[in-house]
Design a protein around this ligand. Structure first.
Ligand SMILES: [Zn+2]
Length: 122
């Protein structure tokens, strides 16, 4: 939802990562965050994952062939990929089967060096 009182609404930020110009249409809080970080929405998404993968998601993020996934708890009716089982072999030796894997998308080329593959599907 946009806010007509947002001074950043419809202004443009030039992303310091990808160079793309992005019109700020995301609401006051997100617009302010993107403007202060000088990031487009997509690059901000990947920055967030870099930070969370190093912290709260460190044991559950999966990067296979440049695509980022998160393993969610094995509970609940709504599951990633409809509950399909994924056997995951991490480069650190862990082997896990997840029936609640969620995909966040393909990592852009300019983030690959900071988000290398950490697993393969077994
Ligand atoms: Zn960008």
């Amino acid at each position: 939802m946009t806010d007509a009182t947002d001074p950043l609404l419809d202004t443009t930020v030039s992303c310091r990562e990808c160079g793309r110009g992005e019109t700020l249409i995301w609401g006051p809080q997100r617009n302010a965050a993107l403007a202060s970080r000088q990031l487009c929405f997509s690059c901000d998404h990947w920055y967030m994952h870099i930070q969370m993968d190093a912290g709260e998601n460190k044991d559950r993020f999966v990067i296979v062939e440049r695509t980022h996934y998160l393993m969610a708890p094995e509970t609940g009716n709504m599951r990633g990929f409809g509950g399909r089982a994924f056997a995951i072999r991490f480069h650190d030796g862990r082997e896990v089967v997840s029936r609640n894997l969620w995909c966040q998308g393909q990592i852009p080329a300019h983030f690959i060096s900071r988000m290398p593959d950490n697993a393969v599907f077994a």
